[in-house]
Design a protein around this ligand. Structure first.
Ligand code: SF4
Length: 327
């Protein structure tokens, strides 16, 4: 937790202003190990509950009438209409990127760089931009769409801040950890993308990960081309609900003379999906399709991949599944 300091003075002010005495803390899995210290820091003034469910993004909230939910680690998604009894406590990392940027500059040639980051590191973007510029490199930061709060911020389901500048840069650097977001940027923009991880001080080229993912995706589309029964997965979570899209996909499947079944719910548990379908089409969090693919008993495809399988789109029009608007 020490890499992600919390300003408890300011947080308590916000909670007081809400008028609630009972608060529910909602945490990402990675912060649960230190949940008790958050409770200890707040329970002198409030009745504090820990949510038993982890949260995966600001799309995924749990609210109860008698409590104020405080979700840690995510920024709100601007185009979602949230209930009034939730606040988001963003947690910015105090890790600096100087070392890993220097490593990148010493080992890679890229004259025009686009900078993107996960929310934990967005406040470092400006500093990294200046470091590149000092070294004679053009460094750009794109503006995201209405699902994105900060310039340069990317979500696992939205790379609009990268697409905004894709024509003006030669490569992207992603400030953060893990390869998922960077692979998304690579596929969404077609540009070489590198992870600059300030914790390991490691530069990672995601090309091989993106190739592997694309091979998996084309395999899934090929299987969907001969499918007859489709299960369309719909999430009821506030920031993932794409029911209208799901209905449009159902019509598309049925007009091709095939069967479609709607699977609707809060939590998506791949291991318990025993439905008698050939392929699932996931309209919930796109990461479920890409990250949890092997946990399903049947192939899982995205809405765009369905359109390719049914010949509404060409293979060369492949795009990463992104969410802009929800119902
Ligand atoms: S839909 Fe998925 S990727 Fe997007 S914010 Fe939610 S958890 Fe993250």
């Amino acid at each position: 937790m020490s890499s992600y300091p919390v300003d408890f003075f300011e947080l308590k002010e916000k909670i007081r202003a809400s008028g609630y005495k009972k608060i529910l803390l909602q945490l990402p899995e990675g912060l649960m190990y230190n949940a008790e210290s958050l409770v200890d820091s707040l329970s002198d003034e409030f009745e504090v509950y820990l949510s038993s469910e982890p949260c995966y993004g600001a799309c995924d909230i749990i609210v109860h009438e008698d409590k104020l939910t405080v979700q840690f680690g995510h920024s709100e998604i601007p185009n979602i209409k949230y209930p009034s009894n939730i606040i988001f406590e963003e947690m910015f990392s105090n890790k600096e990127f100087d070392g890993v940027v220097k490593k990148f500059l010493d080992s890679h040639r890229c004259e025009r760089v686009g900078i993107v980051a996960s929310v934990q590191h967005v406040h470092e973007i400006e500093k990294v931009q200046k470091m590149f510029e000092k070294n004679g490199i053009v460094a750009l930061v794109g503006k995201g769409d209405s699902r994105i709060k900060y310039a340069g911020q990317v979500l696992g389901c939205n790379f609009s801040a990268a697409r905004d500048i894709e024509l003006d840069v030669d490569c992207f650097v992603f400030l953060g950890t893990g390869v998922f977001h960077a692979v998304g940027v690579r596929i969404a923009t077609g540009k070489k993308t590198y992870v600059l991880d300030p914790f390991s001080n490691h530069v990672d080229d995601v090309e091989a990960y993106a190739d592997k993912l694309m091979r998996q995706r084309f395999g899934a589309i090929a299987l969907a081309e001969s499918a007859e029964r489709f299960g369309i997965i719909i999430s009821r979570k506030i920031g993932q609900k794409r029911e209208k899209l799901a209905m449009a996909l159902k019509e598309m499947i049925e007009s091709a003379g095939l069967k479609a079944y709607m699977i609707y719910g809060e939590r998506i548990m791949p291991e318990s999906y025993y439905y008698n379908v050939d392929v699932y089409v996931n309209t919930a969090c796109p990461r479920i399709t890409y990250d949890d693919y092997l946990r399903f008993r049947k192939p899982v495809i995205t809405p765009i991949e369905l359109q390719i399988a049914l010949k509404y789109k060409l293979w060369e029009n492949y795009a990463f599944d992104e969410i802009v608007n929800v119902d």
